[in-house]
Design a protein around this ligand. Structure first.
Ligand code: PLP
Length: 464
């Protein structure tokens, strides 16, 4: 018997075949050649293990494989996903979904813009001026600076104000936010020196006073414990008292808030949460927060506060390295301008809309979808669930929600979850108690029909 591998035609010959005409029409020859070589190698290896395959002389076998591998290799790697997890600010799924007006605003990056051009004078302008006026209008902050994310904002502030000098932080606030963000490490990378004060559960004004006596202090940093709580025998110094202390001693105070909530938490049905405006109103020198957490905008780090400090930061060469892109600025400005009217913010910013979605409405949506699925022969129960805000905010806080639960019979739940993840668009849900759960709070309403399509395509029905 001859070696089966010898029956594989040459790469050139395969490429010349009719089966490859269309592929070569729509892809560069070199790319097709590389993919074909890989396929041939794979088949050769497969045959080398002693298994015989028929039809290996047929070019359509190779064409089919190459078409598939080209499609996988040339389709975008980053694409929309349906979030059925019930985690509103899901960090792994890109945190906040943007408002329609923010998406439309980003169209502006398809042409030139006045990004760094002053249209009044015809001279050079600054990209940092665009959102500054709006942020002043919304928060009363003297000045503003927007960089890549909140971590960048902190590194910039610390490096500008406290390089080589001490920054006081309560031991109860040396937090890890996740994704490599730890206060002591951020501090080190900025060149500032960390001086821990107090204990994990209790820090008093006296602790700060003692530290101020002992070291060359440039700044007091207060970090909001976004993602955990400490309860029991605890004490911490309020931002109001810290600001007072800073003023008395001539030391700046920076409040790292993380979440950037603009509206009253009570209006959103949320537990108390410090907001940038609250800290600014007690006279703090600087606040820092994210654009893509509770603000509901694009990834950005926003610094608000004293003009002099903001100007110093703008002049720091590091600011150039952390500078924000025009597409992000367009989306941020559009998001912020929705906050001029809080009801339009609630209606149009998906993060806020999702927080305020009525459980009753979610239940009705779940029932409608379960009904449509049942018509297609897919069994789904409507189920009460609880959603969370996520993104390292509001630990332990849950929102009553509704979704559907599917218990696949002909496949394992992991197989189903895997199949749904590989769909277009992928659907990510929760796998719990041997079932697949989809929480409708985080499914954008226009994606409901995509959920149905995804489930109908991937559930192995008894019926069919
Ligand atoms: C989330 C968070 C950060 C980090 O913000 P990014 O925008 O993700 O860089 C910093 N500080 C606090 C308190 C946070 O909650």
């Amino acid at each position: 018997m001859i070696d089966a591998r010898r029956r594989i035609p040459s790469v050139e010959k395969i490429l010349e075949s009719v089966a490859f005409e269309e592929i070569l029409d729509s892809h560069p020859r070199n790319l097709v050649l590389n993919h074909l070589r890989d396929e041939v190698d794979r088949i050769r290896e497969y045959l080398g293990s002693g298994i015989d395959t028929e039809d290996m002389e047929d070019p359509t076998l190779y064409a089919k494989a190459v078409r598939w591998s080209l499609e996988t290799a040339t389709s975008p790697q980053l694409h929309p996903v349906i979030n059925g997890t019930g985690v509103i600010l899901h960090t792994n799924l890109g945190r906040a979904a943007l408002a329609r007006t923010a998406i439309e605003a980003m169209e502006g990056s398809g042409s030139y813009s006045n990004l760094e051009y002053d249209l009044n004078t015809g001279r050079r302008g600054s990209r940092y001026d665009h959102c500054a006026t709006l942020l002043h209008e919304l928060t009363g902050a003297e000045s503003a600076l927007v960089v890549n994310n909140c971590a960048a904002a902190l590194v910039l502030a610390l490096s500008t104000i406290a390089r080589g000098r001490y920054v006081l932080v309560s031991r109860g606030e040396l937090v890890e936010i996740g994704g490599g963000f730890r206060i002591p490490e951020i501090m080190r990378s900025s060149g500032a020196l960390l001086r821990e004060v107090g204990s994990t559960n209790r820090t008093t004004v006296q602790d700060y006073l003692d530290a101020l006596k002992e070291c060359d202090t440039a700044l007091i940093l207060k970090v909001h414990r976004s993602n955990f709580q400490i309860t029991g025998f605890t004490e911490e110094v309020t931002i109001q008292d810290l600001t007072k202390l800073g003023k008395e001693k001539g030391i700046g105070v920076l409040h790292d808030l993380g979440s950037g909530l603009m509206l009253d938490p009570e209006v959103l049905g949320l537990p108390p949460e410090p907001r940038p405006v609250d800290s600014l109103s007690v006279g703090v020198d600087l606040v820092a927060f994210s654009g893509d957490k509770l603000l509901g905008g694009p990834q950005a780090g926003i610094l608000l506060g004293k003009q002099e400090l903001i100007d110093q930061m703008r002049r720091n060469p590091l600011c150039r390295a952390l500078r924000i892109g025009k597409t992000t600025l367009l989306a941020l400005e559009a998001t912020l301008s929705l906050y001029r009217d809080s009801s339009s913010a609630i209606d149009k910013i998906p993060t806020l809309t999702m927080i305020l979605s009525e459980p009753d409405k979610l239940r009705k949506r779940a029932e409608t979808i379960a009904g449509q699925l049942s018509d297609e022969g897919v069994d789904a129960d409507v189920i009460e669930m609880s959603s969370v805000i996520g993104g390292g905010t509001f630990p332990g806080f849950e929102l009553e929600s509704y979704g559907i639960r599917i218990q696949p019979r002909q496949q394992t739940v992991d197989e189903l979850a895997g199949a749904l993840r590989s769909g277009i668009p992928p659907l990510v849900g929760r796998v719990e108690e041997g079932a697949f759960w989809i929480d409708f709070r985080t499914v954008l309403e226009w994606q409901d029909c995509q959920v149905i399509n995804a489930l109908c395509g991937h559930i192995v029905c008894a019926k069919g």
